[in-house]
Design a protein around this ligand. Sequence first.
Ligand code: NAD
Length: 325
Amino acid sequence: MAKILITGGAGFIGSNFIHHVLQTYPEIEVVNLDALTYAGNLANLKDIEKDPRYTFIQGDITDEKCVNRAFKEHQPSVVFNFAAETHVDRSIHGPKAFIMTDVLGTYTLLEAVKTHATPLYIQISTDEVYGSTHDGEFTEESPFLPNSPYSASKAGGDHLVRAYHHTYGLPVIAIHSCNVFGPYQFPEKVIPRFVTNLIQGKKVPIYGTGQNVREWIFTQDFCHALDFVWQKAKPGEVFNIGTGQRIPNLELTTKILHLLEKGSDQIEYVADRLGHDFRYALSAEKIRALGWKPTYDFDAALQLTVEWYKTHESWWKPLLPNSSL
Ligand code: NAD
């Protein structure tokens, strides 16, 4: 039976993707290597923890011995690297962990892919590496102009991925996605933070004037896009994954307030984030030309997400002590 290695599988997108793979491919086994930082949560995988096709290894992607042991023992046919420090605000307060995991961790995985001749490595990265744009869209050829320690660390890892393909011929694919949202997202990120604040009767903090624009994809659509790239793409390729669903943060907040029947008096404007990127916008023409397209309408997916947080208080309440800086 083919095995795949997923790093960071106890986080938001990784755990959604593990569910997707186990449900979609009965012949595939999944190995999840995760350090269980504050963002890693085995409760996301409770329903599949006893599945004979699932193995969990607690380990750090910067730990060469641990990584090599996992590659040697499981001989994965593909590695999906989700493991990362991911919260921009935390990167502003403490960049080192980001450089360690997002750069050194990526290097450690690439070395293991080289040593063990792993057939495919897929790097999950972000639109934030392209920087900010007032108009237009970023294509896969746009230069990297990262502005936060988070995006700079992700860009560093992505550059290594490209270089390992160019120099050593490693079979790698890189993905740059817009903002992902949905169930199991840690309540420090904007959508779950605002929803859980409002459920608790608290206000929602908006940076600056709330005019910063983000592009959004529902987690189910993202998992399908990733699966699509895995099945269709050739090593050495780079793909943007975007939906064109772009809205200012204030409009997003208004939608969440409406879904939870709250008024705009629940908004609290706070000092802007340092170096706050104004707008992200991806051209997803390349993956669309291959036949992928998103299936969820943003408003419908936002409603599903709000409902999920309303009905899963026992999942997010224990995470609140770790969800602010
Ligand atoms: P997350 O913060 O929810 O989860 C990250 C996971 O990685 C956690 O389980 C954590 O324990 C694990 N981890 C962290 N450091 C590790 C280390 N050194 N070794 C092993 N495991 C470690 O993140 P997410 O939102 O699920 O994002 C997953 C990936 O997708 C990241 O690489 C992120 O940059 C990328 N991405 C996310 C988004 C988004 O909107 N969430 C958008 C684009 C790209």
